[in-house]
Design a binder for this molecule. Structure first.
Ligand code: C2E
Ligand code: MG
Ligand code: MG
Ligand code: MG
Length: 287
């Protein structure tokens, strides 16, 4: 019976692999038309200021509503977009959309939020990213200081000269740059000092067990202290419960992002959240 079970397991694994493999092929084939059919949507996850408890930023996160599979995670399709360079035109559309959305909220009289956009290494070339950002600013009218680009550590060291050129140009334009998933990649700390980087996002793998695990807490504490001494903003990602909020607050983290506050939401839901906050403030004034 044991042997049979094992065989069954093997068989199951194989058929699973087959399913995953064909799913991958279907996704690859469908990506091009997905762009044309406008199946992509941007969702937004709030970033909350620890001190004011207000939503002061949102991170734009891409969603693909596949006609057959439903919502597909970017972890699954971004690599395909990168392999095919489709991320370059789509990345530009994402930047434009996110900036236009930010301006739409501003025009509706909602409190201005910073919008963070994830940038792929494939887009991170002077000719590509600078043009895309300029276009997004021109088309949307967003104030540059409300646009934040999230890049990863690896992108800093990949081509130092090119990176320096991109980051100084962005900085001169008034655009903010954040290091995403900080602590998981390779980066030389000296680059943090050399390059105009405004924000560090502490990876959620350190936040996950921060309440119980003293080593994780020590790492987070060290990142926060280093960031602060370099005059940077600190954002913790993946905050899921109030105990984590308390520890991160005690350690002096500035902004928190995670399911505890909110999942990534549609633009309408964000609007309602921001509106609710205004209503609350209005009511306080009348009390
Ligand atoms: P990221 O930039 O590190 O984004 C944070 C991810 O963590 C998001 O996953 C978000 O939904 C998830 N998350 C947020 N709060 C929590 C929490 O409390 N607990 C847990 N377990 N997870 C949380 P998502 O949306 O699936 O995105 C995955 C990655 O895909 C992103 O990681 C980013 O690297 C990439 N990505 C997403 N949108 C874009 C995009 O427009 N362009 C590019 N180039 N990459 C994108
Ligand atoms: Mg990010
Ligand atoms: Mg992240
Ligand atoms: Mg991440």
């Amino acid at each position: 019976a044991k042997k049979e079970g094992l065989n069954q397991a093997v068989y199951y694994q194989e058929s699973q692999q087959h399913i995953n493999y064909s799913r991958q092929i279907v996704l690859e084939n469908d990506l091009r038309s997905a762009i044309e059919r406008d199946e992509f949507a941007l969702y937004y996850q709030p970033q909350v200021n620890v001190r004011t408890k207000q939503i002061e930023g949102v991170e734009a996160l891409l969603r693909w509503e596949h006609p057959e599979f439903g919502v597909v995670s970017p972890a699954e399709f971004i690599p395909i977009l990168e392999d095919t360079d489709l991320i370059i035109p789509l990345g530009e559309v994402i930047l434009i959309k996110a900036c236009m959305q930010q301006m739409e909220w501003v025009k509706k009289g909602l409190p201005p939020v910073t919008v963070s956009v994830n940038i792929s290494p494939v887009q991170f070339k002077p000719g590509i990213i600078i043009n895309a950002v300029k276009k997004a600013i021109r088309k949307s009218g967003i104030k540059p200081q409300f646009l934040n680009l999230e890049i990863t550590e690896g992108m800093l060291i990949h081509n130092v000269k090119e990176t320096h050129c991109i980051l100084t140009t962005l900085n001169e334009m008034g655009i903010r740059v954040a290091i995403d998933d900080f602590g998981t990649g390779y980066s030389s700390l000296s680059y943090l000092k050399q390059f105009p980087i405004k924000t560090i996002k502490i990876d959620r793998s350190f936040v996950k067990d921060i309440v119980m695990d003293n080593q994780d807490r020590a790492i987070v504490k060290a990142i926060i202290e280093m960031g602060k001494s370099l005059n940077m903003d600190l954002v913790a990602e993946g905050v899921e419960n109030v105990q984590q909020v308390k520890v991160l607050k005690d350690e002096g983290c500035h902004f928190l992002q995670g399911f505890y506050f909110s999942k990534p939401m549609s633009n309408r839901e964000v609007e309602q959240q921001l509106q609710r906050w205004i209503d609350l403030k209005e009511s306080i004034k009348w009390e």
